[in-house]
Write a protein that binds this ligand. Structure first.
Ligand code: HEM
Length: 538
């Protein structure tokens, strides 16, 4: 059944082959029929009734009526850019991924986003930021779907609908959490203390980045790299901005949110247009792939944990340069579909339970958001590698498949052999041993410490950063109506640090509680402070 392509002509695939709209000199309708007038409906006389037989009117209005697609259920507000990733080859010893070989150049598309706001919300709100990168590698698409914070709110994806419901606008008034009533968000994160670490990052200056160009990015989960000889290494991915990490101060964020809600997307587009191309180094922290998947006592499968850079330095493996703005927001920034399961040979997943849920969720939501299962055929999502899947038909199918035998192996379409196993460039799941176990709905004991890492983060902050964090908690908790929620939040803060708790308690006019757990004996990690960080290295 011949090579499958997504081009009706059977020619090469790729974004450059996409149908270019509005390029001709004549106006036509959707059938290509030339139309002389698109300003007047067909009527029975200039003042008479409009005629149902006016197909041009009906087609034009029908199409307009269906212009909107659902916004992303999270990360709806975003901005994106094209670029290039150049690999240093420094990861070649630990992964056989071709795009990480020395001097490999790979086109990329990066989308930055806020998490909770709707498509039309403001850029500078206090929130986590998405940092999603699509690598169009020679071996197929690899997506690194990360955030600007290295940890997440929850440890198990089954809680994701709950935390998002708690953070999204109120169901009755549709008033966003940010800068209004906050009770449900604070109720959730204080009842589920695993959220403490991420919440602290949110309340730090990282929650109000100055620019997308000055944000770090993190893959969050631990992934598994596979070398050419089959050896495996556990890894965390980092993006380090060449411009350094910088935030707004809260007053700036609030003013910008009102004066210029497009502050971040304008900044990104303007910089690229002016030739000031933003750059990030991709870095990896590597850990031995031991059976317990821990490092220095840190459970690498717990996405509320980070590994301090002092314990595992970030090693640069390549340079990302964003150098081209999208030419059409809808076709590129809206229609792009990232997925943590888009992996290439040499990169594999681990058993992080949050990652497992993500592997289901993105594909599932994109079937609704992008109108059926054929969104990989959209120009922005097409791999820059030959596609010869056995997928057929479906809503919005644009490929014209040839041949008679859409399965492998077959003896009809010129005898297409099935070459699995023989082809070294194929994706093969790493044969990781699954421990003998009993089915349970519970978290491991190693996921139970919710305060040591937040305490390390707090202790790593400079005085001005601490002042900002206290101010942010005071402001946000000050918007809660429920006294019990505020009091529970103070209890959580007391378990991180007495100075933090006392500062926020004073701001709220409430007594500071005593800790209910012993304060963790942890060392500060200077790399966690924006001010103390030493990157970039050159
Ligand atoms: C979208 C990051 C956890 C479900 C996104 C996006 C990013 C992201 C960056 C925006 C992608 C884009 O720009 O199009 C993360 C990170 C997580 C995480 C770093 C934790 C480490 C989860 C979990 C779930 C989830 C646990 C569900 C169980 C979704 C959904 C979308 C999304 C449904 C919308 C996708 C779309 O419409 O294309 N996430 N996320 N995420 N995320 Fe997550």
């Amino acid at each position: 059944s011949g090579p499958d392509t997504y081009s009706p002509t059977g020619q090469a695939t790729g974004a450059d082959q996409a149908r270019v709209a509005q390029a001709g000199s004549h106006l036509t309708d959707a059938q290509g029929v030339r139309r002389p007038d698109t300003d007047h409906s067909l009527k029975a006389g200039p003042r008479g009734p409009v005629l149902l037989q006016d197909h041009h009117l009906r087609e034009k209005v029908m199409h307009f009526d269906h212009e909107r697609i659902p916004e992303r259920v999270v990360h709806a507000r975003g901005a994106a850019a094209h670029g290039i990733f150049r690999s240093y080859g420094t990861a070649a010893a630990v992964t056989r991924a071709a795009f990480l070989a020395e001097d490999a150049e790979t086109p990329v598309f990066v989308r930055f986003s806020t998490v909770l706001g709707s498509r039309g919300s403001a850029d500078t709100v206090r929130d986590t930021r998405g940092f999603a990168t699509k690598f169009y590698t020679s071996e197929g698409v690899f997506d690194l779907v990360g955030n600007n914070m290295p940890v997440f709110f929850i440890q198990d994806a089954i809680k994701f609908p709950d935390i998002i419901h708690a953070g999204k606008p109120h169901p009755d008034r549709e008033i966003p959490q940010a800068q209004s009533a906050h009770d449900t968000f604070w109720d959730f994160v204080t009842l589920h203390t695993e959220a403490t670490h991420h919440t602290l990052w949110n309340m730090s200056d990282r929650g109000i980045p100055r620019s997308y160009r000055t944000m770090e990015g993190f893959g969050v989960h631990t992934f598994r790299l596979v070398a050419a000889d089959g050896g495996t290494t556990l890894v965390k991915f980092h993006w380090k901005p060449k411009l350094g990490v910088h935030s707004l101060v809260w007053e700036e964020a609030q003013i910008a949110g009102g004066v210029d809600p497009d502050f971040h997307r304008r900044d990104l587009a303007d910089a690229i247009e002016a030739g000031a191309y933003p750059e990030w180094e991709l870095g990896i922290q590597t850990f031995p792939d031991t059976p317990d998947q821990t490092f220095e006592g840190i459970d690498l499968l717990d996405p509320t944990n980070l590994v301090p850079e002092e314990l595992a330095p970030v090693q640069p493996v390549g340079l990302l340069t964003l150098n081209r703005n999208p030419s059409n927001f809808f076709a590129e920034t809206e229609q792009v579909a990232f997925h943590v399961g888009h992996l290439v040979p040499g990169i594999d997943i681990t058993d992080d339970p949050l990652l497992a849920g993500r592997l289901f969720s993105y594909l599932d939501t994109q079937i609704t958001r992008l109108g059926g299962p054929n969104f990989p055929q959209l120009p922005i999502n097409r791999p820059h590698a030959p596609v010869n899947d056995m997928l057929r038909d479906g809503m919005h199918q644009t490929a014209v498949h040839r041949g008679t035998a859409p399965y492998r192996p077959n003896s009809l379409d010129g005898g297409c052999p099935f070459t699995a196993g023989a082809d070294m460039s194929a994706y093969v799941e790493t044969p990781v041993r699954v421990p003998e176990a009993t089915k349970v709905r519970e978290a491991p004991e190693s996921f139970a410490d919710h305060f040591s890492q937040p305490r390390r983060f707090w202790l790593s902050m400079t005085p001005v950063e601490r002042e900002h964090i206290i101010g942010a908690y005071t402001f946000e908790l000050g918007k809660c109506y429920e006294q019990a929620v505020k009091e529970r939040a103070l209890q959580v803060l007391a378990n991180i640090d007495p100075e933090l708790c006392a500062g926020v308690a004073a701001g709220l006019g409430l007594p500071a509680p005593e800790p209910t757990v012993p304060l963790a004996d942890v060392a500060p990690s200077p790399a966690l402070s924006q001010i103390g960080q030493t990157w970039p290295t050159d």
